[in-house]
Design a protein. Structure first.
Length: 220
């Protein structure tokens, strides 16, 4: 039987962080190092063809059909969004595009085992992903995302892995994510930097993650 994971469970598992974040969320990290990307972070413009983008947009919209946008909770990492695992992809071109990302991550990052692709729709009005580090319990060493429909800015800020909080004087990088691009967060950029997404309009994304090392034993 296929494992069906609802939106709120994805949100809780992947982006959980302790409540203590609330006390320091107005920290203003320095932008001295804004020009260079953190170690382990790479950006690949035009990874997808225009046809692949259209096919993936249709597949994601079909998967999210009938689900409403989540409301903004004051302490939530993600607001005005819909998300699901994209377990089966009917369209050949969309499926091949996802497989191309997996092949790239196997080759470039040595990834051997993937979690189901995770699709996210951020609403044009108020959709946002606030700074967080993806759960180290439910996700592995590599987080890679395809951006679709409209551009967004990813902000990466050196953070305390225990809390996801930007450090005082943290190094901060801004990465503009164009539609059709792929970004990869691995190693330091995945574990020691919080990432946040500020969209410029409605934005769809498809995020691929590897399974954490002991994931299969744990899920038996
Ligand atoms: C997430 C996340 C980034 C994106 O879902 O945890 O950071 O590109 N997503 O949508
Ligand atoms: Mn994330």
């Amino acid at each position: 039987m296929a494992l069906r994971v609802g939106a709120s469970l994805i949100a809780r598992q992947l982006r959980s962080r302790p409540a203590s974040h609330c006390t320091t969320r107005h920290a203003t990290p320095s932008r001295r190092h804004a020009s260079s990307l953190p170690p382990g972070c790479s950006y690949h413009a035009d990874f997808l063809t225009a046809d692949e983008q259209d096919a993936l947009i249709d597949a994601i919209k079909a998967r999210l059909k009938g689900t409403g946008y989540e409301r903004d909770h004051w302490d939530a990492v993600i607001a005005r969004y819909r998300e699901r695992e994209l377990l089966a992809i009917d369209d050949d071109l969309a499926a091949a595009a996802v497989e191309r990302v997996r092949a790239f991550l196997r080759r470039e990052q040595g990834v051997t085992s993937f979690l189901p692709p995770h699709c996210i729709d951020l609403a044009a009005d108020g959709g946002v992903i606030r700074p967080h580090i993806d759960s180290i319990k439910f996700s592995g060493r590599v987080v890679a995302g395809l951006s679709l429909v409209s551009a967004a800015t990813m902000v990466l800020a050196e953070a305390d892995p225990a809390t996801g909080e930007p450090r005082p004087g943290a190094r901060v990088s801004e990465l503009r994510l164009e539609p059709g691009s792929l970004y990869v967060l691995a190693d330091e950029s995945r574990y020691d930097y919080a990432h946040a997404i500020a969209p410029e309009g409605r934005r769809l994304s498809l995020v691929l993650r590897d399974a954490p090392a002991d994931f299969e034993e744990r899920s038996l």
